[in-house]
Design a protein around this ligand. Structure first.
Ligand SMILES: NC(=O)c1ccc[n+]([C@@H]2O[C@H](COP(=O)([O-])OP(=O)(O)OC[C@H]3O[C@@H](n4cnc5c(N)ncnc54)[C@H](OP(=O)(O)O)[C@@H]3O)[C@@H](O)[C@H]2O)c1
Length: 250
C-alpha cells in the first residue's frame, strides 16, 4: 500500500459528479488534491485525514493547461474524469457537432494530459487513471449517445499507448483505464438513464432497479483511492467500475 499524504493528486473534472467524489476521497485519504474544472465548486473540509483541496479553474482541454498544471503542482497521481454530457439522440437526429462532442472534450482532454504526463515526465512511481465508460465495452456501443462509446473506447486505447511509450522510455509510470457503469446521480449518468429508460418504455426508478447496485461519487472515490494505494505491479491495465466496486479486465 502506498502512502497518499506525500503524493499530490490532480483530479481533472472535479467540480461535480464522479470527479467531485474522487477529489473528496483522495483528500480524506490524506492526499494534497488539486481539483481542476472550468467552474469552482464547494468541497467539505476533509474529514478523516490531513489532505487538502486546492482548486484550479481551467479548461482541461486547452492544449497548454495540462503541461502548465503538471509543472506547477508536480503531481504523482493524476485522475482524468472530465467529460461532456452526450446529446442523447438517435443517430439520424444528431448533427456532426452533437455527435462529436465527447471526441472534442473527453478524447481531447485525455490526449493532452497523457501526452503532458509522458513529456514532463511524471516522476517514477506515478499513477495516471483515465475514466472511460462501460459503454465502450458494450458490443452495440451506446446507440443513443452519438459518438460517446467510440470516444470512450479511444480513451482506453490511448491510455494503453501511453503505457507502452512509458515502458519503452523506461519511465516508471502506471497508466490505468477505469470504465464505470451507470451512476444515475451525476451529469452523464442522469442523461443516459433518462434516455435509455424512455427507450425501454420503463420509468427511471424501474429501469434503475433492473441495473442492480448503482455507482455513485462516493463509491467511485473509494475505488480510485484503492487503485492509487495498490502495488503498481498488481494493477491491471483496465477495470470495470460497478456499484459493488472494481472488476479487473484482461
Ligand atoms: N455518470 C455515469 O453514469 C458515467 C458512466 C460511465 C462513465 N462516466 C464518465 O465519468 C466521467 C464523469 O461523469 P459524470 O457523470 O460525473 O459527469 P458530470 O457530473 O457531468 O461532471 C463532469 C465534470 O467534468 C468537468 N469538465 C467537463 N469538461 C471539462 C473541461 N473541458 N475542463 C475541465 N473540466 C471539465 C465538469 O466541470 P466544469 O463543467 O465545471 O468544467 C465536471 O466537474 C465522464 O468522463 C463520463 O463519461 C460516467
Amino acid at each position: 500500500m502506498s502512502e497518499l499524504s506525500g503524493r499530490t493528486t490532480i483530479v481533472v473534472g472535479a467540480s461535480r459528479g464522479l470527479g467531485h467524489g474522487i477529489a473528496t476521497a483522495f483528500a480524506e485519504a490524506g492526499a494534497p488534491v488539486v481539483a481542476v474544472a472550468r467552474t469552482a465548486a464547494e468541497f467539505a473540509v476533509p474529514a478523516n485525514g490531513s489532505g487538502t483541496i486546492q482548486q484550479e479553474v481551467a479548461d482541461a482541454g486547452d492544449a497548454t493547461v495540462a503541461a502548465g498544471l503538471i509543472d506547477r503542482h508536480q503531481p504523482q497521481t493524476i485522475v482524468l474524469v472530465a467529460g461532456a454530457i452526450p446529446h442523447m439522440l438517435p443517430l439520424q437526429e444528431q448533427t456532426w457537432e452533437t455527435f462529436s462532442v465527447n471526441w472534442e472534450s473527453d478524447v481531447r482532454i485525455a490526449f493532452h494530459w497523457l501526452r503532458a504526463a509522458l513529456l514532463a515526465p511524471l516522476p517514477p512511481g506515478s499513477r495516471v487513471v483515465v475514466v472511460s465508460s462501460g459503454a465502450a465495452m458494450n458490443p452495440t456501443g451506446s446507440p443513443l449517445s452519438g459518438g460517446y462509446a467510440g470516444a470512450k473506447a479511444a480513451q482506453r486505447f490511448i491510455t494503453g499507448y501511453a503505457q507502452g511509450e512509458a515502458k519503452q522510455a523506461g519511465l516508471d509510470i502506471t497508466f490505468t483505464t477505469v470504465m464505470p457503469r451507470f451512476a444515475p446521480e451525476t451529469g452523464v449518468g442522469e442523461a443516459a438513464v433518462a434516455a435509455y429508460a424512455a427507450k425501454s418504455g420503463m420509468s427511471v426508478p424501474d429501469f434503475l432497479r433492473a441495473q442492480g447496485p448503482l455507482l455513485n461519487p462516493e463509491i467511485a472515490g473509494a475505488a480510485m483511492v484503492e487503485l492509487a494505494q495498490a502495488d503498481a505491479a498488481e494493477l491491471a491495465p483496465a477495470y470495470m467500475l460497478f456499484g459493488k466496486g472494481l472488476k479487473e479486465l484482461p
